[in-house]
Design a protein around this ligand. Structure first.
Ligand SMILES: Nc1ncnc2c1ncn2[C@@H]1O[C@H](COP(=O)(O)OP(=O)(O)OP(=O)(O)O)[C@@H](O)[C@H]1O
Length: 279
């Protein structure tokens, strides 16, 4: 999918675009999450560098979603730290973490079904508005300007993810694939430093998966950093710069895709999984 520079610029005009893989953006340090006696995440550490696409993979139940949830404030870590640009995120409420620059999509799509696609994106844009409620009520000039730019930016984001023609459709009437794209647009609307995607291609056929991977590359090329949970190894190999592998809550590998593919620990972790997932 081709995205013009103008569209990318309209989607996030204030963002500095820096596509070089650079410094540590996020540090996950000795993160542990326990549910009663079950250790879902066991002392896991990894970093995410600015500008990269990092894959987080592992067999069913390995702790991938738990890791996401602990990073984005859905679960409180039992111990360990999550740092964004050196600032501690632990203990912050979900919306504060979003505001700090960490946005996510969910494995199960969570859109406002009775709102249009554009309105769903506007909700994301709202998360970073600067005017107060009073400003909005009094319709101060700044609020009006923000409202106008919300429509323009919302449209640009819908175009960016390839669903601009559905801007006026109710989210619940969109195809499954378009709903997934809309979720990504809504997350991008918060102007994240890190975009976390939880199995964005779940339920897709191979052609749809390819399209989605192309979109993820476009997002990265536009200067975002991406953390991608994906079950399908083939898919993850084709799009990521680096991969962290979890098994039974522990990190068992952290390397470039070509090394991960040959790693005996990873191969054996995936034994017994459907062959499609490890190709
Ligand atoms: N809220 C919870 N309460 C209790 N146990 C949980 C909870 N969430 C996850 N778990 C357990 O933690 C472990 C890790 O689950 P998690 O969903 O993080 O794995 P996953 O790698 O994302 O798996 P999948 O690929 O199936 O989504 C599993 O044993 C799961 O049953």
């Amino acid at each position: 999918m081709e995205v013009t520079e103008a569209v990318a610029d309209a989607a996030a005009p204030e963002r500095e675009i820096d596509v070089a893989v650079g410094d540590d953006l996020v540090e996950v340090k000795n993160l542990t999450v326990k549910f009663g006696g079950l250790v879902a995440l066991d002392n896991v550490s990894f970093t995410i560098k600015r500008g990269e696409i990092l894959g987080l993979i592992g067999p069913n139940g390995a702790g991938k979603t738990t890791c996401f949830n602990a990073m984005t404030g859905v679960y409180k870590p039992t111990s360990g730290q999550v740092l964004l640009e050196g600032g501690l995120l632990n203990g912050m409420k979900q919306h504060k973490i979003t505001r700090a620059g960490l946005a996510r999509t969910f494995q199960n799509i969570r859109l406002f079904g009775e709102m249009t696609a554009l309105e769903n994106v506007a909700v994301g844009l709202d998360a970073r508005h600067k005017t107060s409620v009073v400003g909005a009520l009094l319709r101060l000039p700044r609020h009006k300007a923000e409202e106008r730019s919300a429509i323009e930016r919302g449209m640009a984001l819908l175009e960016f993810v390839g669903i601009a023609e559905h801007a006026g459709s109710l989210a619940r009437n969109l195809s499954y694939g378009s709903q997934r794209r809309l979720e990504i647009a809504r997350a991008l609307a918060t102007d994240p430093k890190l975009l976390c995607l939880d199995e964005p291609a779940a339920g897709f056929n191979p052609a749809e998966k390819e399209d989605l991977m192309a979109l993820i590359r476009t997002i990265r090329n536009d200067g975002y950093t991406v953390l991608l949970i994906e079950h399908d190894m083939k898919l993850v190999m084709g799009v990521t710069d680096r991969i962290v592998v979890l098994e039974f809550g522990k990190k068992i590998a952290d390397d470039v895709p070509s090394v991960i593919r040959e790693d005996p620990k990873v191969v054996s972790a995936y034994l017994g999984e459907p062959e499609d997932d490890f190709a």
